[in-house]
Structure formats: structure tokens, C-alpha cells
Design a protein around this ligand. Structure first.
Ligand code: CA
Length: 235
């Protein structure tokens, strides 16, 4: 049975591109242009994952996400148009499984869809229900204390600057997800526009040194040449 993907997006051109890309890769896709239509579709058929545009004409994507989560645990990938929206997706910690910023490549979307579906299958339950709970190694070696703004690694609290804290938190919360330097900057820096890509590299280097101080020989942060960084899914 092909996976059934619900596309909730009001721009027909984007919805067409997504529908085409997903069906080319063997998915079934259903398109809804409004939140109301999406809720009706969700009441009628079973879906494996939703691609949810944050800016819908009748309801805010975040509110729709909460509405959906009330009745079912459906993996959701947000489609965002502005970096301010990305900040909200991350900041709200809604439990969305991923987000993709526009403009995006259809291939990237399909790859992300497959990753989220795999993760959902592996955890034995839809990924949306797992929230930010950290379980898989080496992510499981990390514990985030949001109130104290501290992260411990193998039970040992790391001494992190504010930027390092936000950088590591971003990686730890989405193991396996590759973040570009630009994305990491928009998550971890208060004024990303004045930072340089090299700054990310410098902070990653410092973070690696701090992690190695706890566990010599470990290297949980992976470099993706030309792309960015991710926290390894598994060692
Ligand atoms: Ca829109």
C-alpha cells in the first residue's frame, strides 16, 4: 500500500508541484487548499503524513496542527515561507516532525517525507506523538534542561555559551536532520544577519571539544560537506 500524504497548501502551483513529485515517487497524495477542507479529509480517510503550510487562508497552520493533534497522531512537516515562521515552529516545540522552508526542491520534500515516515515506523507510533523526547543514541546521551538552559552529555553538564547551547539543542532535538549553516544560524544566533558561516564552524569546533572532554573519542556531530551539520542518528 502506498503511503497516503495529505497536502494542506493554498497555493495551487506549489500543491501541483508537490502532488506531482510525491506521485512520481510512489506516494498517494491528496490536496486540500484550506484548513476546513483538510479537517474534512482527515475525518474521511486515513493519512500517513501531512505537509502543512503555515499560512493558510482560513486558519493559522499552527492552530490547525493543534486541532489535528487533538484527534490523531499524524506526522506533520510544516511548509514555511519566512524565517520568522521557522523560529516559531522551533520555538513552539509543537512536536512537528520537520519543517521545510520555501522555496524548496520537490526532491528535498520527498526525501524528508521518507525520513519522517521511516522514523515513525521505527518508533512504532507516528512520529508526531513522540515530541521532543530524546531516546535514540547518541541523542539519548544528551539531556536538555530548558529551564536552566543547560545540556548534559552522559550525565555531565556541559559548560556552554548561550549560542553553543542553542546550537547543540537544535541538533539534539532532530537527530539525523541535516541543518545548513544558515539554518543553524537562524536558530542559534540572536542576530544571524551579522554572523558569518565560518562562525558556525568555529562554534561546532568548540562544541566537539567540549563533548570530547566528557567522552574522548566520541564525535556525535557529523559534517556534511557543502550542506551543513547533523547529530548522528546512531553511532
Ligand atoms: Ca500559503
Amino acid at each position: 500500500m502506498p503511503h497516503h500524504i495529505l497536502i494542506i497548501e493554498d497555493e495551487p502551483a506549489i500543491a501541483d508541484t508537490l502532488t506531482y513529485a510525491l506521485s512520481t515517487e510512489g506516494f498517494d497524495a491528496t490536496w486540500c487548499a484550506t484548513g476546513e477542507a483538510a479537517l474534512a479529509a482527515l475525518g474521511q480517510s486515513a493519512f500517513d503524513l501531512a505537509l502543512l503550510d503555515v499560512g493558510l487562508p482560513d486558519i493559522n497552520g499552527f492552530d490547525l496542527f493543534r486541532e489535528i493533534a487533538r484527534s490523531q497522531s499524524l506526522p506533520v512537516i510544516f511548509l514555511t515561507a519566512r524565517s520568522g515562521e521557522i523560529d516559531r515552529v522551533v520555538g513552539l516545540e509543537l512536536g512537528a516532525d520537520d519543517y521545510i522552508s520555501k522555496p524548496f526542491s520537490p526532491r528535498e520534500v520527498c526525501a524528508r517525507v521518507r525520513t519522517v515516515l521511516r522514523r515513525a515506523a521505527r518508533s512504532g507510533q507516528p512520529a508526531a506523538a513522540t515530541g521532543p523526547v530524546l531516546s535514540s543514541a547518541p541523542a539519548g546521551a544528551f539531556a536538555i534542561d530548558d529551564e536552566r538552559k543547560s545540556i548534559s552529555f552522559h550525565g555531565q553538564a556541559l559548560e556552554l555559551s548561550r549560542t553553543e547551547y542553542r546550537l547543540l539543542k537544535t541538533l539534539v532535538e532532530r537527530p539525523g536532520r541535516v541543518f545548513s549553516r544558515e539554518e543553524l544560524m537562524s536558530h542559534a544566533w540572536e542576530h544571524p544577519e551579522v554572523s558569518l558561516d565560518r562562525t558556525v564552524d568555529a562554534h561546532i569546533k568548540l562544541l566537539r571539544a567540549k563533548l570530547r572532554a566528557v567522552d574522548p573519542g566520541c564525535d556525535p556531530i557529523q559534517t556534511h560537506r557543502g550542506l551543513g551539520y547533523s547529530l548522528k542518528d546512531r553511532q
